[in-house]
Design a protein. Structure first.
Length: 225
């Protein structure tokens, strides 16, 4: 299972960085995103098994990946039963993290529980906002996909660094790639929400409802011609 987990992690990191690097909405971006999605499902699933009685961080990452994927699989301004289940699940996860923080044996673990609980609470609030509004459209829809996928990638890379930091050269800060990923996330959020890039993004995502065509969802639709 550990070997399986490592292999899934390698595919997740490579495909995740590929999706960030190529033109957004193009065939390679979608193909990389599909591979990243599957690899992250396998990665978080195996991580939950390896975690034993404490699988909540992998489950939270699984939630972010699935909800990021789901928002581009359906037309704009649509809410389904899946969104209600996701909202309830991440709300319960948030409560669990905050409860665990009360009995954490060290300040470091307490801080980690606060962090993950805060992220889960933020996600729950955004889910509730989407449900109340009857779905998302345009830049807010794309931003939801973007930040949740990037959060999952950052989590996967943070896990990689945590297990390999002692093997990095002394002159390299092992956390530097995480800072770069976070900066990339902020850059793309600004570009999506506050620039004219939205027009192009809407043509590539919103005007091509992936749920209407399985081939398109795999990145081989006519919209890519």
């Amino acid at each position: 299972m550990l070997v399986f987990h490592i292999v899934a992690g390698i595919f997740a990191l490579l495909s995740g960085f590929s999706a960030l690097s190529v033109r957004k909405g193009a065939r390679l971006h979608r193909l990389s995103g599909n591979i990243f999605f599957v690899a992250m499902l396998l990665l978080t699933g195996s991580a939950a098994i390896l975690a034993g009685n404490d699988p909540y961080v992998p489950i939270l990452t699984f939630y972010f990946v699935v909800t990021a994927w789901a928002i581009v699989l359906r037309p704009e301004r649509e809410v389904s039963a899946f969104d209600y289940v996701a909202f309830i699940s991440v709300s319960l996860l948030s409560i669990r993290f905050f409860v665990d923080s009360m009995s954490a044996p060290t300040d470091f673990l307490r801080g980690l529980n606060y962090y993950f609980g805060g992220m889960a609470a933020l996600a729950a609030l955004l889910d509730l906002n989407m449900i109340v509004r009857g779905g998302l459209a345009g830049k807010h829809r794309i931003a939801r996909h973007l930040w949740r996928m990037c959060y999952a990638l950052i989590g996967a890379f943070a896990s990689f660094i945590a297990n390999t930091s002692d093997k990095w050269p002394d002159f390299i800060d092992a956390n530097m790639p995480l800072y770069l990923l976070a900066a990339t996330l902020v850059f793309w959020l600004i570009r999506v929400l506050f620039t004219r890039w939205l027009g192009k993004a809407k043509r590539l995502f919103a005007k091509d409802p992936v749920s209407s065509n399985v081939l398109t969802s795999l990145g081989y639709g006519s919209a890519n011609k």
